[in-house]
Ligand binder design. Structure first.
Ligand SMILES: [Mg+2]
Length: 165
């Protein structure tokens, strides 16, 4: 059971091969010296894999190992929290980081990509275990947030909605 929630390199080979089959472009990496405006303006995710493709690949990864039995909603949530902790550790004691993390080394960026991916994979898995259609739910939540934070009331402000109503 020690490896039931692992998404480490040892267990990611098949998934990585499946992702390769989708042939997404390599992740964009802002070069040192790029302006903040360039970094903000140009960033976009790859079109593939889609969330559902990632979900399907990971579901097969889990089924192939008979790990469904360990993936109760609670267990997957705790695994996700653990991965968020690993992600936070990368930022710990560094002070503020610029957008694009232009001062991070290639090794640090690779670690960041891996921990963010672990978080995403477990988030998708948690949504699966809870039977939540996550992209559809996120779309609804964005619409709710649009109504909750009207631009004319909150533009340039970081106040919570309860403070300006
Ligand atoms: Mg991790």
């Amino acid at each position: 059971m020690q490896e039931m929630v692992s998404t480490s390199d040892n267990h990611a080979v098949n998934v990585a091969q499946e992702v390769d089959e989708c042939q997404p472009p390599p992740p964009k990496r802002p070069l040192n010296g790029d302006s903040r405006e360039d970094i903000d303006r140009d960033f976009k995710f790859s079109d593939r894999p889609t969330l559902e493709e990632l979900h399907a690949m990971h579901t097969r990864f889990v089924k192939d190992r008979d790990w469904d039995q360990f993936h109760s909603p609670r267990n997957v949530l705790l695994a996700l929290v653990g991965e968020v902790g690993e992600l936070a550790e990368l930022f710990q004691w560094r002070g503020e980081c610029p957008v694009g993390l232009t001062d991070w080394s290639a090794k640090e960026r690779t670690a960041l990509e891996e921990e963010l991916s672990d978080c995403l994979i477990y988030l998708l898995r948690l949504a699966d275990r809870c039977r939540v259609d996550l992209p559809a739910a996120a779309l609804q939540k964005l619409a709710k947030n649009e109504a909750k934070y009207p631009i004319d009331k909150v533009f340039g402000s970081s106040k919570k909605y309860t403070e300006y109503q």
